[in-house]
Design a protein around this ligand. Structure first.
Ligand SMILES: [Fe+2]
Length: 342
């Protein structure tokens, strides 16, 4: 039922905009499956259309739903481009032959090698940082400088987190296994879950709200959720932002765990040239400014300045070494997490 809805929305979009004649008259188009809602990338679509004359049709949905749809449709898929999140998911799409490589100098130049697939199947578009948050009224940032500091006995019953098995946490744990090995990571997960204030529940933003409600003192969450609270229409969310502080973790060995949102050309792409143009466009400076900023993520390009809000959170030392390795350790990460109460 849901997948029917997805495709219906796709067709409706084509018919609901002035695109109807374009769709039918064969105007240049590119069809995009996007985890990010159409409203969030509309400014990009408009810019791209103004520049190239190519119409972009967006089907938005949850990342897993879009993957399922691609798998189900196979060669008959309408999608030319997949915009999704997490290296493990992009790697899965590669493994399942849902995407194919792009050989593009622009993509190679604009995206650092560690943030794109070595065989050019997928390309990072923004960086997502998993940060530590704390109650500014009772904790100092210097007490929680990195992930290991969260294991101190003094934090027992004071930490909030969404479920350990969520992809965001699984990827972070995969990065720990890559850097420190299984035993270190098992120890980390065991002690971390012992320090939890409550049974994991809700999403990342809920954990920050829990801090503001006094239900815990520390939380782990992706940093863009903090930005969303800052920009929220609700005063209560903006109050959470004021009460909660952020630390971008760093040790001598590793920085902050990061993952990416990324793009890939689908194996079924019928508008391949337009699809490549669109993905290349998303890595231009003008597009990066919008693509990263509208969701409070970090730009993929090292030559892009970050906005004043993200600058105020401190310097991000991204753990870029682990990015390619994350999918290799997901299974082990899952097993370790399942053995805990997280
Ligand atoms: Fe998210």
């Amino acid at each position: 039922m849901k997948s029917t809805m997805l495709i219906t929305r796709f067709i409706c979009l084509c018919f609901s905009l002035p695109i109807i004649s374009n769709c039918l008259a064969g105007q240049e188009v590119v069809n995009v499956y996007s985890f990010r809602q159409a409203e969030l990338i509309n400014p990009l679509i408009e810019k791209f259309h103004a520049k190239t004359g190519i119409r972009v049709n967006i089907v938005s949905g949850k990342a897993d739903k879009l993957m399922q749809r691609l798998i189900k449709d196979g060669k008959n898929s309408f999608a030319d481009v997949l915009l999704t999140v997490d290296v493990a998911r992009l790697d899965k799409a590669k493994e399942l032959d849902l995407i194919k490589p792009i050989y593009s100098l622009a993509l190679m130049e604009n995206i650092p090698a560690h943030l794109r697939d070595p065989e050019n199947f997928w390309f990072g578009l923004s960086l997502r940082a998993r940060a530590i948050f704390y109650d500014k009224q009772s904790i100092k940032a210097t007490e929680i400088l990195n992930y290991k500091t969260l294991l101190a006995p003094k934090w027992q019953g004071k930490i909030c987190s969404r479920k350990g098995s969520h992809l965001y946490n699984r990827s972070m744990i995969a990065s720990f296994i890559f850097h420190y090995g299984q035993n270190w990571t098992k120890d980390w997960v065991g002690k971390f879950s012992n320090n939890l204030a409550m049974r994991p529940n809700g999403g990342d933003r809920d954990q920050l709200r829990n801090i503001a409600r006094g239900e815990c003192k520390i939380a782990i969450a992706n940093s863009y959720y903090y930005g969303m609270l800052f920009a929220s229409d609700k005063q209560s969310d903006r109050n959470v932002y004021q009460r909660v502080g952020i630390v971008l973790p760093k040790t001598k060995k590793i920085g902050t765990h990061v993952n990416i949102s990324g793009a890939a050309l689908t194996s079924a792409a019928k508008n391949k040239v337009n699809a490549i143009k669109f993905i290349e466009f998303l890595t231009t400076k003008a597009a990066q400014k919008i693509y990263a900023n509208n969701n409070f993520e970090y730009p993929i390009r090292p030559d892009m300045p970050i906005g004043s809000l993200l600058s105020s959170w401190g310097n991000l030392t991204a753990d870029t070494q682990a990015v390619h390795q994350l999918p290799n350790f997901h299974q082990q990460a899952e097993e370790i997490i399942l053995q805990s109460n997280w």
